[in-house]
Design a protein around this ligand. Structure first.
Ligand code: RUB
Length: 432
């Protein structure tokens, strides 16, 4: 049997967690579970399908990953084949990682690499990852975090409320700036480029940035209200910092990066560039590997890697309230990773995708007040246009913050009433 020597099993052994990166996997296999778990540890450290004559005892002792736990989850039948199902814990010795260890690429190659292709596994999913403090300290982490974002916006405890400029592509810089202006006048705290808008012919970054900066200044001069706009710089990593620096020089108030298509290193380079503005992290592409509960990677791992790499706000889903596929429990796990105490600033969870004013009470009843709610269609699709939609979203957040049910608040807030009439109202979980 391939990987047959089971040398990577250390079941029940108590390892020094400070000396390992500890990962938990879900797996399905037609082999004995121990062989499948052993194959993961072997392939991701010193082994391969057959024993290499050059694998010395010394190399094995120093660098072999160790399987310390296997939880048998029973059997399942897939296409007539009976599979063994389990969760397993694999520990990777720190010496297996690059000497400065403070970068994601090689870490991902270890914890989420070849194992996905192993024939020993019918399905395998990386569920969680635990880094020792010595590794965490190597990363920049968020420069602003939740508190820094709130300070920039002068919004100490209310949920942040934002929009995505729609259509996601097609508007020119002047139209985009006017859109942002209306959102600011309507009381939104955040606007952003959508994930596919970067530097297209119809909307060049160098034209969009100053136009939006002027719009944001007009909002502040006219009302004192603060709004930031996340400028998407998701491009060739060689140019990404220079583009972001130039954008900030020209007035950009926030930078956005599609972390999974640009790379965690792109995010980390932006975080280490000391831009002086918060980083908004979009997770487009995550559905390719987070969606299946049986194969790929849980979103909470993306949350952890994005936090290490320096994101200040990260899309984590809508706990089943919005339009995108998502497991409410997994969304909560992704959120909690952004908050737990690992010696880095916390990260603002961004809840977006199918959101509209009638869903705000429900969402906040799950997320709490430390949340950034984004609505694209839920603003641009309002009967009174962008300004009406912005006012409706802002009113919905104000209502929830004041502890007033949306339907009551709508009685004397016409924009909110029109939104509830158009899209409906889902009461909060604690709505008696
Ligand atoms: C939402 C939108 C975002 C999605 C991404 O637009 O443009 O890109 O939220 O999904 P709308 P997620 O509000 O019109 O649905 O936030 O789950 O990554």
């Amino acid at each position: 049997m391939r990987y047959g020597d089971l040398k990577y099993l250390s079941l029940g052994e108590e390892l020094d967690k400070n000396q390992y990166v500890t990962c938990q996997y879900y797996l399905e296999t037609d082999l004995p579970i121990v062989n499948a778990a052993n194959a993961i540890a072997a392939e991701q450290s010193t082994g391969t399908w057959t024993k290499a004559s050059t694998l010395s005892d010394d190399i094995f002792e120093r660098l072999a990953a160790r399987v310390t736990e296997i939880e048998d989850l029973g059997k399942k039948t897939v296409d007539g084949q009976i599979l063994n199902v389990a969760r397993t814990t694999v520990n990777y010795p720190l010496e297996e990682f690059s000497i400065e260890v403070g970068h994601i690429p090689q870490i991902l190659s270890v914890i989420a690499g070849n194992l996905y292709g192993l024939l020993e596994l019918k399905n395998v999913r990386l569920l969680s990852c635990l880094f020792p403090d010595s590794v965490i300290r190597k990363f920049p982490g968020p420069n602003f975090g939740i508190n820094g974002l709130r300070k920039v916006l002068d919004r100490p405890d209310r949920p942040l409320v934002g929009t995505i400029v729609k259509p996601k592509i097609g508007l020119d810089p002047k139209q985009t700036a006017e859109y942002v202006y209306k959102c600011g006048i309507g009381g939104l705290t955040n606007s952003k480029d959508d994930e596919t808008l970067v530097d297209q012919s119809f909307n060049r970054i160098d034209d969009r940035v100053p136009a939006i900066a002027d719009a944001i200044d007009r909002v502040r001069d006219e009302t004192g209200h603060r709004i930031v706009h996340a400028l998407n710089v998701s491009t060739y990593v060689k140019d990404i910092v220079e583009i972001a620096e130039r954008a900030v020089e020209n007035g950009a108030s926030q930078i956005m990066v599609d972390v999974l298509t640009s790379g965690y290193s792109a995010l980390q380079m932006l975080a280490e560039a000391d831009l002086g503005v918060p980083l908004h992290v979009h997770r487009t592409f995550h559905g390719a590997f987070t969606r299946s509960p049986y194969h790929g990677m849980a979103m909470e791992v993306v949350s952890l890697l994005s936090r290490l790499s320096g994101g200040d706000g990260l899309h984590i889903g809508t706990f089943g309230v919005g339009k995108m596929h998502g497991d409410p429990e997994e969304d909560m796990a992704s959120r909690n990773i952004l908050f737990n105490d690992i010696g880095l600033k916390t990260v603002m969870p961004v809840c977006s995708g199918g959101m509209h004013p009638g869903l705000v009470e429900k969402l906040v009843s799950i997320s709490g007040m430390d949340v950034q709610i984004q609505a694209g269609g839920g603003v641009a699709g309002h009967p009174d246009g962008v300004l009406g939609g912005a006012r409706a979203m802002s009113q919905a957040v104000d209502a929830v913050y004041k502890g007033i049910y949306l339907d009551s608040y709508a009685e004397d807030h016409i924009e909110l009433k029109k939104a509830l009439d158009k899209w409906g109202y889902v009461p909060g979980s604690d709505h008696v």
